[in-house]
Unconditional design. Structure first.
Length: 252
């Protein structure tokens, strides 16, 4: 656990980690994904005796038509935010910088190895992470690939006549199976992997609001992204033309 109990919240130093565009995209992605999971899983389970609970969920929404409408509305938001993210990545300086930082590197392999040995008790130190850890990069690229599959197969299910005309080899049954399997995988990844790393990890519990305000305390930066912390302190020092003390985050 981080030792921050002796520091008042108003006295703690914070760094702006994520900009507004990044946070808006994440929020829309989160809301659309939760909507798709809540409505999609019962739709997939409908008609199967072993999943009789799905009818109760449908009844909560009023009807299966209403649930399908909400599901497709969530899908539309996911498609729009995916397109927006593509433009954000290509045409904005911030987007290009974030994309480059999220690319896998040889250091990530070393970090996985060191962290695994640390968890096994074979090493007494953790790897030093930069702007993104290897598991944060995994989150990003899993979502990236997942969106390609979910949107592609979802469009086949949404517009079966068009799909039958232009991609006849990709049948409705195949699309439904791939869509369902990827959805379950995405839900498990979100609720087990992502939620643990971001909110349920003992060092973060009961959660973090960095996704909302984009800010991270100096203590959190040093614990989770120490290399980025040093980079920020150095940049601040150069901009002020002063010498810095990285351990305290102050200038002299």
């Amino acid at each position: 656990m981080r030792q921050t109990s002796g520091i008042k919240a108003e006295e703690r130093e914070f760094f702006q980690r994520f900009g507004l565009q990044f946070r808006v995209q994440h929020t829309l992605l989160f809301l659309s994904t939760i909507t798709l999971i809540v409505t999609g899983v019962p739709l997939w389970c409908m008609g199967r005796p072993e999943y009789s609970w799905s009818q109760a969920v449908v009844n909560t929404f009023g009807s299966i038509e209403t649930m399908r409408y909400i599901h497709r509305a969530g899908a539309a938001v996911l498609i729009l935010v995916s397109i927006y993210h593509l433009f954000y990545t290509v045409f904005t300086k911030e987007g290009r910088r974030e994309f480059i930082e999220l690319l896998p590197r040889q250091k990530d392999v070393r970090d996985v190895t060191i962290n695994s040995l640390y968890f096994l008790g074979l090493l007494k130190y953790r790897p030093s992470f930069g702007r993104y850890t290897y598991y944060e990069k995994f989150d990003y690229w899993a979502v990236y690939w997942g969106c390609v599959i979910m949107i592609g197969t979802g469009l086949v299910l949404w517009f079966p006549e068009v799909a039958a005309k232009y991609v006849p080899w990709f049948t409705y049954a195949l699309g439904a199976e791939v869509h369902a399997d990827e959805a379950i995988l995405a839900a498990l990844s979100l609720f087990i992997w992502h939620f643990y790393n971001v909110h349920f990890n003992p060092s973060r519990f009961p959660g973090t609001l960095v996704w909302w305000h984009g800010k991270m305390s100096r203590e959190e930066m040093i614990h989770d992204h120490v290399l980025e912390y040093y980079k920020k302190v150095l940049a601040q020092t150069k901009s002020k033309g002063q010498k810095a003390d990285p351990q305290s985050g102050t200038t002299m």
